[in-house]
Design a protein around this ligand. Structure first.
Ligand SMILES: NC(=O)C1=CN([C@@H]2O[C@H](COP(=O)(O)OP(=O)(O)OC[C@H]3O[C@@H](n4cnc5c(N)ncnc54)[C@H](O)[C@@H]3O)[C@@H](O)[C@H]2O)C=CC1
Ligand SMILES: CC(=O)C(=O)O
Ligand SMILES: [Mg+2]
Length: 571
């Protein structure tokens, strides 16, 4: 038996050929268009009489569902309303989202998605995505096939093992929502076709005791599997998806620190893959830093950078900034570039003899001689305040998950030694942000150059309106995915990540006091297309593009799916 419908998903919206009739047409979100079916379509699809006779255009439907959306009082209510709409009518969902991207991004993405993930099992009503259990490896291939997509039908697979969801840690099976959320952003921002993607959660258990002790928890009810069995499961996943969907880009999301770099290093030269928290974040933050550094008038190489929370995201940022210093600055050796960074984790400043450091963190650790003679608040611990006092940093990056860590005392101490302190509290969701922009601007008398991970309102200080850049990897990953799809890149190279950062940096204009350090989320479609063109161009230059790029602008725009009702043919 064939599928319920057929759609050419390779270019534009394509033509929708529908095989089913009657109520089945209305219960499939990809074929249903509610009262926007014309009289002729209603007759051909045998749905006459199954809805009111009135006809509504997509524009009017969008106005109607927007009113329904606005009537929700809570953010989670808005999230659930949007989810229900997507389950009814996917084109209408994306049309609404695209028309109100800036307003709705905080609902389908950070911060609201954090709450939706935490409450996944208790608010569950219908499945979306693929759930793969470590206890049933024999079912992996069939589960992926059951999703119903063929070898050439998939551009993107977003996968998480849920150990490090945003800043809220291990969320077990609920992590599927971050994969779904990221893929929604790919579609809304970059026009990746919603039927050419697969969200996946790798259920390897959870160490979250709250979830394990709940009767409603829907994941494997045991602690997180680690070691060889975990690695074998990841290897099986990578080989199964590359065999089933050879054109798909594998996007890793919110994998725990101990595994994120290992997985990336193991597979990045073998398959088309990237880690969003490490590489996507690095690219967006580099772009924001380049804008901030320009405002300070001090070369990037001459800044002293504290990375507070030097895990996946923090070390990814440091690596890309280091590469930028080596490529364009006056740092001649790696040692010189490394010497600009001061990484801090939960145990304090990273030191060379700290056996708790992961392999990827070791090159960043400071030597004991670097800190000899420092006056410390506590003799056995080098904390953030100690580093601020002794190093006098000019840039402070927060990727620690520790809400409120950048206190007034710390920020005032930093501001004492630098004219324009660059301070990026990047942790998500909002409750985890290391500081709020309003506080940072007040404590520095309007001098701080600020970017955040979750959205914040503008801040008025001393007659200047400071528009706060949201330095979130959402400004990068959609364009990266689109660029890879447009030229069929076989790998995601470091050069492609750097090209994405440079393209984004090129869109920033900071001449006006208080101007944001990055484009706004309302411009996400333009940003994503610009990033995609740069990525596809670099992939071609580096010889990893499998499709000739004769017309980069045309080839990228041609691939951007638009939320419109395609022409219908009843077959
Ligand atoms: N704005 C953006 O686009 C992105 C933001 N993030 C945010 O960054 C945060 C970290 O994410 P990942 O790097 O993926 O997590 P991770 O778990 O890999 O890294 C967290 C790091 O913070 C350190 N840390 C934890 N508690 C600390 C404390 N009290 N004091 C000092 N250091 C502490 C840990 O030692 C670890 O090195 C999350 O809140 C996440 O939402 C992550 C990716 C992108
Ligand atoms: C934005 C993102 O990827 C995170 O907070 O983990
Ligand atoms: Mg993430």
């Amino acid at each position: 038996m064939g599928r319920e419908y057929d759609q050419d998903t390779t270019i534009g919206a394509g033509k929708l050929r529908i095989r089913t009739r009657g109520r089945a047409v209305l219960s499939n979100p990809m074929t249903n268009r509610g009262t926007a079916f014309t009289a002729a379509e209603r007759e051909a699809l045998e749905i006459d009489g199954l809805m009111p006779t009135g006809y509504t255009t997509l524009e009017n439907q969008t106005r109607r569902v927007y009113e329904q959306y606005r009537s929700n009082k809570s953010m989670l209510g808005k999230f659930l309303t949007l989810n229900a709409l997507r389950d009814r009518n996917e084109v209408l969902f994306y049309r609404l989202l695209s028309d109100h991207l800036q307003e709705m991004l905080p609902v389908i993405y950070t911060p609201t998605i954090g709450e939706a993930i935490e409450r996944f099992s208790s608010t569950y009503n219908r499945p979306r995505g693929v759930f793969l259990s470590i206890d049933r490896p024999d079912k992996m291939e069939q589960s992926l096939r059951n999703y119903g997509l063929g070898a050439d039908d998939v551009d993107l697979i977003c996968v998480t093992d849920s150990e490090g969801i945003l800043g809220i840690g291990d969320q077990g099976i609920g992590g599927i929502q971050i994969a779904i959320g990221k893929l929604s952003v790919y579609t809304a921002a970059a026009g990746i076709h919603p039927r050419r993607v697969i969200p996946v959660v790798l259920d390897v258990g959870t160490d979250n005791l709250g979830l394990l002790s709940s009767d409603l928890y829907l994941g494997e009810p045991h602690s997180r599997v680690r070691g060889e069995r975990y690695d074998d499961f990841i290897a099986q996943f990578v080989s199964t998806v590359t065999e089933l969907f050879p054109q798909a880009l594998i996007h890793w999301e919110d994998v725990g620190t101990a595994n994120a770099y290992r997985i990336l290093d193991r597979y990045k030269d073998e398959v088309c893959t990237f880690n969003d928290d490490i590489q996507g974040t690095a690219a967006v933050v580099l772009a924001a830093l380049l804008a901030a550094v320009e405002v300070t008038g001090v070369d990037l190489d001459d800044h002293r950078i504290v990375v507070f929370g030097a895990g996946s995201a923090g070390m990814g940022i440091a690596s890309l900034v280091r590469d930028q210093m080596l490529r364009t600055g006056h740092s001649e050796t790696e040692e010189e570039a490394y010497s600009r960074f001061w990484p801090i984790g939960i145990q304090g400043l990273y030191l060379e003899d700290d056996h708790r450091l992961h392999e990827f963190q070791k090159p960043w650790a400071r030597s004991r001689t670097d800190v000899a003679g420092w006056e410390l608040e506590r003799p056995d611990h080098i904390g953030l305040m100690d580093v601020i006092r002794n190093v006098r940093p000019t840039i402070l990056i927060g990727t620690s998950t520790k809400g409120g860590a950048f206190t007034r005392e710390i920020v005032e101490e930093m501001a004492r030694h630098t004219a324009r302190p660059i301070i990026f509290p990047l942790s998500n969701p909002t409750s985890r942000a290391e500081a709020t922009p309003a506080d940072l601007l007040e404590w520095t008398d309007g001098k701080a150059l600020v970017a955040t991970g979750s959205p914040f309102d503008p801040v008025d200080h001393d007659g200047v309106r400071h528009v706060i850049a949201q330095s979130n990897n959402a400004l990068i990953f959609p364009g990266l995915g689109l660029g890879v799809a447009a030229c069929r890149a076989s790998r995601v190279t470091d050069g492609m990540i750097a090209a994405a950062a440079q393209a984004l940096a090129g869109m920033v204009n900071t001449w006006r006091p208080g101007a944001p350090l990055l484009p706004g989320m309302g411009d996400l479609r333009l940003v994503s297309a610009t990033v995609a063109i740069a990525v596809a161009t670099r992939a071609t230059e580096e010889g990893v593009a499998q499709r000739p790029l004769t017309d980069p602008v045309g080839q990228v725009f041609e691939r951007m799916w638009q939320p419109r009702y395609p022409e219908i043919e009843a077959i």
